[in-house]
Design a protein around this ligand. Structure first.
Ligand code: GLA
Length: 391
């Protein structure tokens, strides 16, 4: 039987043939991600621990002889035509901005792009905190690179995808999502240093599974609140740098230094900073506990991370907290926390293999009863990053 990724690639090639009446020259699949710990730390130059999952966005494509991109989004049943000669962002929220932004920044590097027919097909639910946007950007970048025979270093592609989202889509995201969609590793999480962009592959010990519970709450406030959190962190750094010379970002501040400077900071800004500096420390502790196979300690760090996001960073919501509470009361669950930007989206639970079915059944029964919403429950496997299959 096909793996979910292989099945997605095969189905995407079929849709492409149906839509464009020709064979694709390449099929690219780029995974969504779950972040195990290290939330809202990437844009503070800190540490994160994400993993690529078995939900992905696929693009099948072939070159055209003109300078147009004809893009069909299978999930939305929508087709757009863009001219490579005129790549300006369309209205806010237009899905084509992700693809156009990547093409724009490739061209700005001096890379010559030919026109293309492209079909996009995704199994990453949108707005669920699993990085459907980054998966689309990475898939689009690798499609253009393959069709046009370009050679670009990995980190440059990752940074270019982030730039497309920052400057073309208008979301000031950090680098985590594009990084993990590109360089993820099967059965591993990556501990990424978001300043140096060095990374370490951290194996997930046998005997546990990751269950993702999508609350079905969509992140309507997300982009404005997200950008506001970034500003609060920067405001913290500008005050702290008067007392802690040489710091550039919250990454450079230890929990002890921050505690000593509490009285100089506005209370809200202090709490935002406290989340970031303690979360960075939790990522480092998580890597240590996972390497030592101490899953109970890792699970406790997940719960502490959720608490800090709820109380200090204020990016959780009622429904995310309900799911975490159900997990806390369930046997065999080691830890749980919201994953991604927050304000809705998903919870990631680390659960002992033998308890996973009972937890899934309990969430399916109890969460709708208390929230009135239907959860999306997915026991996921951890996969490799982007795959390019020339045909
Ligand atoms: C979103 C952004 C990431 C990161 C997370 C929060 O997923 O795209 O860069 O900031 O939120 O950790």
């Amino acid at each position: 039987m096909d793996s979910p990724r292989a099945a997605l690639a095969r189905q995407t090639a079929e849709y492409f043939r149906g839509q464009f009446k020709t064979e694709p020259h390449v099929v690219v699949t780029a995974p969504g991600r779950v972040n195990l710990i290290g939330e809202h730390t990437d844009y503070n130059d800190g540490f994160v621990l994400p993993a690529a999952i078995d939900r992905a966005t696929a693009i099948a494509a072939s070159p055209r002889s003109d300078r147009n991109l004809v893009i069909h989004a299978q999930n939305l049943k929508s087709t757009m035509m863009l001219s490579l000669a005129d790549l300006t962002p369309r209205r806010t929220g237009a899905w084509s901005n992700y693809v156009a932004g990547v093409a724009h920044f490739l061209r700005r590097r001096g890379d010559n792009l030919a026109g293309a027919n492209m079909l996009i097909n995704s199994t990453v639910p949108r707005g669920s905190g699993l990085s459907s946007s980054a998966a689309l950007e990475v898939a689009a970048a690798c499609t253009f690179i393959s069709l046009n025979g370009l050679t670009i270093p990995d980190l440059d592609v990752i940074v270019l995808c982030q730039q497309a989202e920052n400057e073309f889509v208008g979301v000031q995201c950090g680098i985590m999502d594009q990084f993990i969609s590109y360089l993820g590793k099967k059965n591993h999480a990556l501990r990424i240093d978001c300043r140096s962009l060095e990374f370490l592959q951290v194996p997930i010990p046998a005997g546990v599974r990751l269950l993702i519970c999508d609350t079905a709450v969509r992140r309507s406030l997300a982009s404005s609140e997200y950008n506001r959190r970034r500003e609060e962190c920067d405001a913290g750094v500008s005050v702290l740098s008067r007392h802690l010379p040489g710091i550039l970002k919250l990454r450079d501040v230890s929990p002890g230094d921050l505690a000593r400077c509490e009285s100089f900071l506005d209370q809200t800004v202090y709490r935002r900073c406290r989340h970031v500096v303690t979360e960075n420390a939790r990522v480092e502790d998580s890597v240590r506990t996972l390497r030592a196979g101490d899953l109970s300690a890792f699970g406790q760090l997940m719960y502490e991370s959720h608490r800090s996001l709820r109380v200090d960073y204020e990016v959780s919501c009622r429904e995310l907290d309900m799911v975490v509470d159900i997990c806390m009361e369930s046997d065999g669950v080691l830890g749980a926390r919201m994953t991604g930007a927050g304000f809705g989206g998903s919870v990631v639970c680390c659960v002992r293999e033998e308890a996973v079915e009972v937890l899934a059944a309990r969430l399916a029964r109890d969460y709708p009863a208390i929230s009135g919403r239907q959860p999306g429950i997915h026991v996921c496997s951890l996969e490799d990053g982007v795959a390019v299959e020339p045909r």
